[in-house]
Design a protein around this ligand. Structure first.
Ligand code: SF4
Ligand code: SF4
Length: 447
């Protein structure tokens, strides 16, 4: 293992954009191009665009080092045209790095989907059921790249950047210690502005509902969206499959609007959410050319629901089918390599302003969430042993052990796993099956 790969592994770097794939595993094989994903296409999130503007020099230096590590021809920093500040800073720094360049996308969703990003930037189509490396590309998030820059200076991942938006007094983007509670982070924004509130962890399209304010921030928490419990987005997220399928039987008018906008269908993949709905609602006799296994090709971006005039949720059906087929040992049989994307693709791209309006989030969208670099003080952190894809990390500390901020508390020993470090100095007060709790010995850390 090269020195840099060892540093990345040792620092516990994982995909910070939400996926959590261990980064040292991603770079274990060579690639032709590296794409840095700064699309940040989910409404209300403002982390990566601000990091790109603030840390342009460090980010590009790390990118250049990764080009050597991966034996790549070059790397592309991908932003959206609307991120004027980030574009200006990156462009001003690029002349020092001849192997690097920048690409700017239009403001559509899901521009940050890995496969969409690869197509938009390099015009390469990832095969059905494949990953970007199948076409010679590795994609990583801006914050992941910043964590690599930190790892190059032997600093592990102990902080997380996230945006807090929605029903809070002052929306903000924070650097917080991994393991701090949602409640503490929301309190730092002046608190919630509604009594009966719930959280969405991540973006409004792909994030998950969280009800407990003690939920800890992990290395993949990109945002905390605070919404009233009766917000349409919360209600649709909470609707169970049985109810959704009951609605589908009576309400699906087979208009195909869901398929028309599906980003994977538009890349030429054989995923047709309208047919999946017919298949599930009326069984296979009326859809002989569709198979449940098409669900494996769904990235769960949720755009099919946004496009559906009946408010149906093909993505939820696909998610359920994937889980059931995987549990039954059924594997994805679809591996076609489309040569070209749908000819109407460019006319069907979904603007973020329209998405924001349909989600009922327009009233929050005009309030900016400026970045504060000073780490949020806290006296207690809950460090999950599985903050990444793969096997959980194994504890290397016991109850009562003193730990320093940055000290290793759990080791990612399996081939796909990641180290976990303490984000504050203090004492280990609990080692449980899925988490380690550290409490500061005297007062709040970082104060
Ligand atoms: S958009 Fe909705 S109503 Fe139209 S085919 Fe898809 S699921 Fe059915
Ligand atoms: S969530 Fe819907 S729009 Fe997105 S990839 Fe899956 S089927 Fe297509």
């Amino acid at each position: 293992m090269s020195d840099l790969l060892e540093q990345i592994k040792s620092a516990g770097v994982v995909g910070a954009g939400g996926a959590g794939f261990p980064t040292h595993v991603k770079f274990a094989r060579p690639c032709e191009y590296i794409l840095v994903n700064g699309a940040e296409c989910e409404p209300l999130l403002e982390v990566d665009q601000q990091l790109a503007a603030l840390h342009a020099e460090r980010l590009l230096a790390a990118m250049d080092a990764l080009v050597d590590l991966a034996g790549a021809r070059g790397a592309v920093f991908v932003l959206k045209k609307k991120y004027a500040d980030a574009i200006r800073k990156i462009e001003a720094t690029l002349p020092r790095y001849p192997r690097l360049c920048m690409h700017a996308l239009s403001n559509t969703y899901p521009a940050g989907d890995e496969q969409v990003l690869v197509y938009e930037t390099l015009k390469r189509i990832v095969p059905e059921g494949g990953i970007p490396l199948d076409v010679g590309v590795v994609v990583l998030n801006v914050e992941t790249l910043l964590n690599i820059a930190e790892a190059m200076e032997d600093r592990p991942v102990v902080d997380k950047y996230l945006t807090v938006a929605g029903e809070v007094r002052s929306p903000a983007t924070f650097r917080v210690p991994v393991g701090v509670s949602f409640g503490e982070v929301v309190a730092a924004c002046g608190g919630a502005t509604v009594e009966d509130r719930v959280f969405i962890e991540g973006g409004p399209m792909m994030g998950k509902l969280v009800f407990d304010q003690d939920e800890p921030v992990t290395k993949t928490t990109k945002g905390i969206l605070v919404l009233p419990r009766d917000h349409p987005l919360v209600i649709s997220r909470g609707r169970d499959m049985a109810e959704m399928m009951r609605l589908a039987k009576t309400a699906c008018c087979h208009c195909m609007l869901c398929t028309d906008v599906c980003p994977r269908y538009l890349l030429g993949h054989k995923l047709r959410p309208d047919k999946m709905m017919r298949l599930a609602a009326f069984n296979s006799t009326c859809e002989r050319d569709a198979a449940a296994t098409e669900a494996f090709l769904c990235c769960e971006c949720g755009l099919c629901e946004t496009a559906c005039i009946m408010g149906l949720q093909p993505w939820k059906l696909n998610k359920e089918l994937k889980a059931r087929m995987t549990a039954a040992g059924i594997k994805n049989p679809h591996h076609e390599r489309p040569e070209r994307a749908n000819p109407f693709r460019e006319y069907r791209l979904f603007p973020v302003w329209k998405l924001t309006r349909r989600l009922g989030l327009s009233k929050y969208a005009d309030r900016r969430a400026p970045l504060s670099e000073y780490p949020l003080p806290t006296s207690r952190v809950v460090l999950k042993l599985k903050q990444h894809i793969g096997a959980p990390a194994a504890p290397v500390v016991s109850r009562g052990d003193p730990v320093e901020r940055g000290g290793l508390v759990a080791a990612g020993e399996a081939p796909v796993s990641a180290n976990v470090h303490s984000s504050i100095s203090g004492v280990v007060t609990a080692v449980e099956q899925d988490r380690i709790i550290v409490e500061a010995s005297g007062g709040r850390e970082n104060e």
